[in-house]
Design a protein around this ligand. Structure first.
Ligand code: AMP
Length: 149
C-alpha cells in the first residue's frame, strides 16, 4: 500500500474535535505526511462570499465573529503543531466544502469524526456520510462515542 502524502482533518470545534485531530496528527506522523486542518464556516453570515471562498487568516476585518473564528482555528492549529499556512477557513456547507477543498489542495486522506447515527438521524445524513459519498480520495471516519472520547 502506498503511503499517504497529504492528510486533511476537518474540525467542527465540538467536544470530540481534539480526539479526531489528534488521530489525524498521529497518522500524519506515521506516514510522514503533510497535515492540513480545515474548518468550514457555516454559522456566520457572509453576504459578500460565495460557497467555497477561502478566508485569508491574516487579513484583518472589522467582522468580530469572523476574527474570533480565525483565532480559534489558528490556536487549535498551534496546539496540534500545524503551521498557520496549513490551516484553512472556508465558507460554505461542510460536506460539500470539505470534499471540494480536499480536491483543491491534493489531499489523499480526509479525516472526520462520526457519531454513528441511527434511525431518522441516519436518514437525514451526517457530515461524515456526506464526505464518504462525495470524496474523491480515502476517508477515515473516526467513530465518536458520547462522553467516551
Ligand atoms: P456531524 O455530522 O455534524 O456530527 O460532524 C461529524 C464530523 O464532520 C466532525 O467531527 C468533523 O470532522 C466534520 N465537520 C462537521 N462540521 C464541520 C465544519 N463546519 N467544518 C469542518 N468539519 C466539520
Amino acid at each position: 500500500m502506498e503511503n499517504y502524502h497529504h492528510i486533511l482533518v476537518a474540525v467542527d470545534y465540538s467536544e470530540h474535535c481534539r480526539f479526531v485531530a489528534e488521530k489525524a496528527r498521529r497518522l500524519a506522523s506515521l506516514y510522514q505526511a503533510k497535515l492540513s486542518l480545515v474548518h468550514i464556516l457555516d454559522n456566520i453570515p457572509m453576504p459578500q462570499a460565495q460557497y467555497g471562498t477561502v478566508i485569508p487568516l491574516h487579513q484583518k476585518s472589522d467582522n468580530e465573529p469572523l476574527e474570533s473564528e480565525k483565532s480559534k482555528l489558528l490556536r487549535l492549529g498551534k496546539e496540534l503543531g500545524i503551521s498557520a499556512e496549513n490551516c484553512w477557513l472556508v465558507w460554505g456547507l461542510p460536506t460539500r466544502e470539505i470534499t471540494s477543498f480536499a480536491g483543491q489542495i491534493n489531499v489523499d486522506l480526509i479525516v472526520v469524526g462520526s457519531h454513528g447515527r441511527h434511525g431518522i438521524a441516519l436518514l437525514l445524513g451526517s457530515t461524515a456520510n456526506g464526505v464518504l459519498h462525495h470524496a474523491q480520495c480515502d476517508v477515515l471516519s473516526v467513530r465518536l462515542k458520547d462522553g467516551l472520547n
